[in-house]
Design a protein around this ligand. Structure first.
Ligand code: SAM
Length: 272
């Protein structure tokens, strides 16, 4: 079920006029030191060892898939899947053929046998899907018994955007996760429960925070201007103060008083 207003179509990138814009966005996010730290910890939670078969679902540009390959060596089988052919092509172009295999596939219906992989990960994918629960079930299905499932998602309810003097009521209304431009803005907080529902054991939880002290970087990752326009278009009252709020942020940024942050949760569990 769609519970938020989704204005970016991360679940159908190939239909976009400019697929390269999605690839550049991923490079920007991956380039942040905090993202690198989150990704490194998520790889650690996979507990992979040499020769393991690993799967990266919603692999995007394939950078994480390649990094998985580095951790398990040349004898391993590392596969990245994505439903975007543009992403799969980009991932293949970036990758030495022996390092990983990239295959177009839908996370809701993975084309692998049950119990195939020693470790399966998905990073910032479930939030965009029509049915995150079904996709999570697929991650678990293709993982072998005693294998690890590791999922990272932001929780857009954790988004902080602040500056001295901005109206807290307007801030609250604009930061409501329903304007997050993803389908499931609160998926991060639900990951631990999903692990329990699926009967996974040895569950570990890691949190990471992307913190922004300049508006340009925050804008390039959080899309605040787009969110303001979404609010203006969809809020019942058109939120007449939304643009003023954004201008106040810019003013604060000019005075070096802007701050924003977003928390990402990584949850890992073992298939019984
Ligand atoms: C925000 S990106 C994250 C990419 C990558 N995991 C990373 O951390 O950089 C979400 C990815 O999920 C892919 N995706 C969206 N819907 C999908 C689906 N139904 N099945 C497989 N991949 C999907 C998108 O094409 C995109 O590459």
């Amino acid at each position: 079920m769609n519970e938020e207003v989704s204005t970016t179509r991360w679940d159908d990138i190939d239909a976009a006029a400019d697929t390269a814009a999605f690839q550049s966005y991923l490079d920007r996010v991956t380039g942040l030191a905090a993202t690198q730290a989150i990704k490194e910890r998520s790889r650690h939670l996979l507990r992979s060892t040499a020769g393991d078969r690993l799967l990266d679902v919603g692999c995007g540009n394939g950078d994480d898939t390649r990094a998985l390959g580095d951790s398990v060596g040349a004898t391993a089988s590392v596969v990245g899947v994505d439903n975007s052919v543009a992403m799969i092509e980009e991932a293949r172009n970036r990758t030495d053929v022996s390092a990983a295999t990239f295959i177009p596939a839908d996370a809701h219906a993975l084309s692998f046998d049950t119990d195939t992989f020693d470790g399966v990960r998905a990073d910032r994918v479930l939030q965009h899907l029509a049915d995150p629960r079904a996709a999570f079930g697929e991650l678990v299905r293709v993982t072998r018994s005693s294998g690890r499932v590791v999922v990272t998602e932001p929780d857009w309810g954790s988004l902080v955007v602040t500056a001295p003097g901005i109206d807290s009521e307007v801030t609250r209304s604009i930061l409501d996760p329903k304007w997050a431009c993803v389908r499931h803005g609160r998926v991060g907080r639900r990951l631990r429960g999903r692990m329990a529902d699926a009967g996974l054991t040895d569950v570990e939880l890691d949190t990471g925070v992307l913190a922004f002290t300049d508006m340009e970087t925050a804008e390039s990752v959080l899309g605040l201007a787009g969110r303001v326009e979404t609010v203006r278009e969809h809020a019942p009252d058109g939120n007449p103060d939304a643009r003023k709020w954004y201008e106040a942020l810019k003013q604060a940024d000019a005075n070096d008083a802007f701050f924003a942050s977003l928390t990402l949760f990584t949850v890992a569990g073992t298939k019984p």
